[in-house]
Design a protein around this ligand. Structure first.
Ligand code: SF4
Length: 325
């Protein structure tokens, strides 16, 4: 059952040159105990889509259409006080740089105790025990000593574990992991992903993984949505996505991904994704697409269903069977 449903989200920014749309009809859902990866190049709209779920948006951004349901309730219509209770307690963010969430002036323990006090109303020994349990759960060695440490005394991986511990003490039902391992080396990256997978399966937590790393997605996600220039251009269950990719942009991304099995040169995608100021008619990928047709330059491609729960927004599917249509 979907715990989160984003439906036709449209969002824009007020820029020097006026209002510019950044998200176009973004729709995806997240089920309990599953990991859904939002994939794409920098600036494609994946982080702003995720931040919309927490309604943590820059002042210049405004949502101009759509709905976001958490457990059946529209987040976009919630009062600020209700939203504040939701953030951290029900939906927690694991950022790319953990120092954006940790306060360098307080010990890890004090920060955990504060979260436990706010979200669970616990104090004293009870709160302390809960904090130690959480540090142990995220496999921080010598939890009692580390409880007294300041963030600067933690390595990057340990800081990320401390952030995850904060999400655990709140029993968050959704974790939004925004490039959670980008700043970490490969071994620590694997450990953090394995910890997130553990939490997903043992606690039935839903995880929204924001990443540009398709290898990470292949190893961990249950469902994949690819974003390009503010739109979801392909979405499918992970196995179907990797076995039967459809959209030319997905093909290009997969070909640019290193693989030990493929004995071929890595390919790059020519050109750059458009900036928010650049308006592109039709399919926004058309200037970079090797299969571009005349129609692609003027008409926005609709979504075509090309498999079970698998859609692709590309005119090459015009004549395809559409089992879910
Ligand atoms: Fe390429 Fe056209 Fe498909 Fe866009 S709609 S990805 S330009 S073939």
């Amino acid at each position: 059952m979907a715990i989160l449903e984003v439906k036709n989200l449209n969002l824009g920014f007020e820029c020097e040159c006026g209002f510019r749309q950044a998200l176009y009809d973004v729709s995806f859902s997240l089920e309990k105990g599953k990991m859904h990866a939002l994939v794409g190049e920098s600036g494609c709209g994946k982080t702003i889509s995720a931040m919309s779920v927490l309604k943590l948006l820059p002042k210049t951004a405004s949502i101009i259409g759509g709905e976001i349901f958490f457990d059946g309730e529209n987040i976009l219509l919630m009062s600020n006080s209700k939203l504040q209770k939701l953030r951290g307690a029900k939906i927690a963010l694991i950022p790319q740089d953990p120092m954006t969430s940790l306060n360098p002036l307080y010990t890890i323990g004090d920060q955990l105790l504060e979260v436990i006090k706010i979200h669970q109303g616990l104090h004293g020994t009870e709160a302390y025990q809960k904090a130690i349990e959480a540090l142990e759960l995220v496999q921080i060695p010598c939890a009692k000593e580390r409880f007294k440490a300041y963030p600067h005394e933690f390595s990057g991986g340990m800081k990320q574990r401390a952030i995850i511990a904060m999400a655990l003490v709140c029993n968050a039902e959704i974790l939004i992991a925004d490039e959670p391992t980008t700043a970490l080396d490969v071994t620590i990256q694997a450990q953090i992903m394995s910890l997130l997978k553990d939490i997903q399966t043992t606690r039935n937590t839903a995880i929204l993984l924001i990443t540009h790393d398709l290898a990470l997605v292949g190893e961990n996600a249950d469902y994949v949505s690819v974003m390009y220039a503010g739109r979801i251009v392909e979405s499918a269950p992970a196995a179907e996505f990797f076995n039967n990719p459809n959209h030319p942009y997905t093909h290009a991304l997969l070909k640019s991904m290193p693989s030990a099995k493929r004995n071929e040169r890595l390919q790059t995608i020519t050109g750059q994704p458009p900036t928010i100021q650049q308006f592109i008619n039709g399919c926004k990928f058309h200037p970079r697409c090797l299969q571009c047709m005349d129609i692609c330059k003027t008409v926005v491609p609709p979504v075509y269903y090309v498999g079970e729960n698998h859609f692709s927004a590309c005119f090459l599917n015009k004549d395809a069977n559409c089992p879910n249509d």
